[in-house]
Design a protein around this ligand. Structure first.
Ligand SMILES: *Cc1c(COP(=O)(O)O)cnc(C)c1O
Length: 320
């Protein structure tokens, strides 16, 4: 068993989405509420952090260092977990420091994280520099990769498949937002390990097919090995849809706005501008195109992200 520190409220609920299902004319759509993991507005990173921070504690670290976009949900959840467990937290954020922090960045500050800013091409070097600087200052840093996506973080999503099966939920498809690949790899590894019968379809947020499927296959293979159930995944074993990259990472276009508004107005359910709004837009478009069998059951795995709705750069777009 992998060491784990409980941070999330599990199991997360599974809710039907009857009005969305009716509006689209089937298939049946359900939602797995990982936006309700309970740590600082929740999200998929909470599950990963349960295992990552257990590893950090085992290594006697006192400082968590990670990185992401300015509106990174991963950074916000890491900052909250650090506060709760008494770690220092340093976040390496890609972009210019905003004059007025909003959304996730506002929360990072509230949790007492230190934020440093870098450019996208220098982000790996900047994270390494933060580690070195912390060591020089006499701290014991633990580096969490982007999105918490290494085998330890991804293992959390293998166990999440076990949780879903234990809830008695069957689905023909699991659809979700995929980016750094840990969620995707964990779900793929977990489906294999725990005998989930449906298909696991990641909607790519920002990567082309070859990059995402190679990354997820490698990580799913490593995750299976970590869980003592070695299984080799090839890129061709990974289901990814890359038709919804839109204007690129973090750019909210008309289809994302439509998805955010549809879920809000039909179900009172909030999805976010960057990840779940884009994945929901993809799912809605695939349903309209008849991609899923009309008698199928589709489980939308909600990965969180809602604080970004209130970020200065998105709030005006969705509030129309
Ligand atoms: C990080 C994130 C994702 C993507 O998960 P990965 O494991 O990085 O692929 C999806 N949705 C939200 C809201 C996220 O914050």
């Amino acid at each position: 068993m992998l060491p784990r520190i409980p941070l999330a409220h599990l199991p997360t609920p599974v809710d039907p989405l009857p009005r969305l299902t009716a509006a689209l004319g089937g298939p049946e759509i359900l939602v797995k509420r990982d936006d309700q993991t309970g740590l600082a507005f929740g999200g998929n990173k909470t599950r990963k952090l349960e295992y990552l921070i257990a590893d950090a504690q085992a290594r006697r670290a006192d400082t968590l260092i990670t990185g992401g976009a300015i509106q990174s949900n991963h950074c916000r959840q890491t900052a909250a977990a650090a506060a709760r467990l008494g770690f220092n937290c340093i976040l390496v954020l890609t972009g210019n420091e905003p004059t007025a922090p909003s959304g996730n960045l506002l929360l990072d500050r509230l949790f007492g994280a230190r934020t440093v800013y870098t450019s996208r091409d220098r982000r790996e070097a900047a994270m390494q520099a933060a580690v070195t600087e912390a060591e020089t200052a006499g701290l014991k840093p633990y580096l969490i990769p982007y999105g918490g996506s290494n085998p330890i973080g991804a293992a959390a999503y293998a166990f999440a498949v076990q949780e879903l099966i234990a809830q008695g939920i069957e689905a023909d498809w699991i659809v979700f937002a995929s980016s750094s690949g840990g969620t995707h790899a964990g779900l793929a590894a977990g489906a294999q390990l725990f005998g989930f019968n449906g298909k696991v379809l990641g909607i790519s947020i920002d990567e082309p097919n070859d990059v995402l499927t190679h990354r997820v296959a490698k990580l799913a293979t490593e995750t299976s090995a970590l869980l003592d159930h070695p299984n080799v995944f090839m890129p061709g074993d990974i289901l990814a849809n890359v038709d919804y990259l839109g204007g690129g990472y973090g750019v909210m276009g008309a289809v994302e706005v439509e998805a955010v508004q549809m879920l809000a107005r039909l179900e009172g359910l909030l999805v976010d501008p960057v990840y779940t709004g884009r994945a929901a837009a993809g799912m809605i478009d695939l349903i309209r195109k008849g991609f899923f069998h009309s008698a199928a059951r589709v489980l939308f795995w909600h990965t969180g992200g809602q604080p970004a709705l209130l970020a200065e750069n998105y709030a005006g777009v969705v509030g129309e």
